[in-house]
Design a protein. Structure first.
Length: 364
């Protein structure tokens, strides 16, 4: 471990092994946040040229609420400069998301050596998480920007395979969108109900969870997630706001019941100083499909963003969406800004016959 004495609580962390001579590793703390922001910025600039970073998101993952469900280390060179930040996110039972952020100035040989060590560390951490959940294994899931050839080659060498492509889409917002409130007959869109102190009403939160869980049952790489896990994961984002969650009620035999929902968040200011809105999830229950629920929800989000003076609404969609969602978004003005890929590797806990949860599409 590098640096001076640091307080260590809980179980001793798993640390990467076989690092290059003189390199050190430790768990990040508050004093590392600025350095991590700079590292993420330089890594992003090398891939897409922007270098834009959500500083609050970096801080949240490193030492804030986002760190609670992540195991992570930083790796420093012999001069004590952080050159790599590695995280394993306990995303759901049977799924561990892995993030590696490396200094693009690293030499190829050192980078490859670090990649071998850190991916082995990520596997060990993910298996410890699986054992703690009483599982027999888990899936390592890495998101890769379409232009990040360096990370892609590291994953290939480590036995990962590309599983899916995702479209990162955005729709420009103008003042005229504030009046966009088109809904079909028999569909009413509303924000989740909140009490006077802003706390959302439990029944509506449960409805949003149910709509999203049930509607994503036939989506790629969708794992079952408990209600507390769902809430905790979305609340940890710096842009989380309860007034960015909507429900679409539909009329069935004279009764109004939830038929779809949106969970969205605030995007930080762009280079022009404008915030945006990000749609984390939009879900329509199978029984409500074909009623215009999705478009009604999207119109509500667009109009809300316009009224708040925002300039964009962004989202991610499966390039091979089983519901053709990408076509719906394109017809409503969304365009693809870039693509990402999911790379997977399944690992097993030795010496156990415990079950290994599958993505719901893979369940027999």
């Amino acid at each position: 471990m590098s640096g001076g004495p640091r307080t260590q609580t809980g179980f001793l962390p798993i640390v990467p092994e076989d690092l290059p001579e003189g390199w050190t590793t430790r768990v990040p703390d508050e004093t590392d946040v600025d350095e991590l922001i700079a590292l993420v910025s330089s890594a992003k600039r090398a891939v897409d040229g922007s270098g834009a970073v959500e500083a609050e998101l970096v801080a949240g993952e490193a030492v804030g609420e986002g760190s609670w469900t992540r195991r992570q280390v930083v790796v420093a060179d012999p001069q004590g400069v952080i050159r790599v930040w590695a995280r394993v996110h306990d995303r759901a039972a049977g799924r561990s998301n892995v993030d590696l952020t490396a200094d693009p100035a690293l030499g190829r040989e050192v980078e490859q050596e670090l990649a071998v060590s850190l991916l082995a560390w990520a596997e060990a951490v993910a298996l410890r998480i699986a054992r703690g959940r009483g599982l027999g294994g888990t899936r390592l899931d890495v998101s890769v920007h379409e232009d990040d050839d360096r990370l892609r080659s590291m994953l290939e060498a480590a036995g990962f395979t590309r599983a899916r492509r995702w479209l990162q889409m955005s729709r420009p917002i103008g003042p005229g969108d504030a009046e966009l409130a088109e809904t079909r007959e028999g569909v009413v869109v509303r924000q989740v109900a909140r009490r006077e102190d802003g706390t959302p009403v439990a029944a509506d939160l449960q409805a949003v969870y149910r709509m999203i869980e049930e509607s994503f049952a036939d989506h790629f790489n969708s794992y079952r997630e408990s209600f507390p896990e769902f809430l905790s994961r979305l609340r940890e984002a710096p842009g989380h706001r309860w007034d960015h969650w909507w429900i679409a009620d539909i009329e069935i035999e004279g009764q109004w019941v939830p038929g779809g929902a949106v969970a969205a968040a605030v995007l930080p200011e762009d280079a022009d100083g404008h915030e945006g809105t990000y749609i984390d999830y939009i879900g329509v229950h199978r029984l409500a499909r074909g009623r215009g629920v999705a478009k009604s929800l999207l119109h509500a989000v667009i109009a809300d963003a316009a009224r708040r003076g925002r300039n964009r609404v962004s989202l991610e969609v499966d390039a091979d969406s089983p519901t053709g969602a990408d076509g719906i978004y394109a017809s409503m003005g969304w365009v693809t800004r870039y693509r990402t890929e999911s790379w997977h590797r399944d690992v097993r806990v030795e010496g156990t016959d415990a079950p290994v949860p599958q993505a719901r599409l893979d369940e027999s």
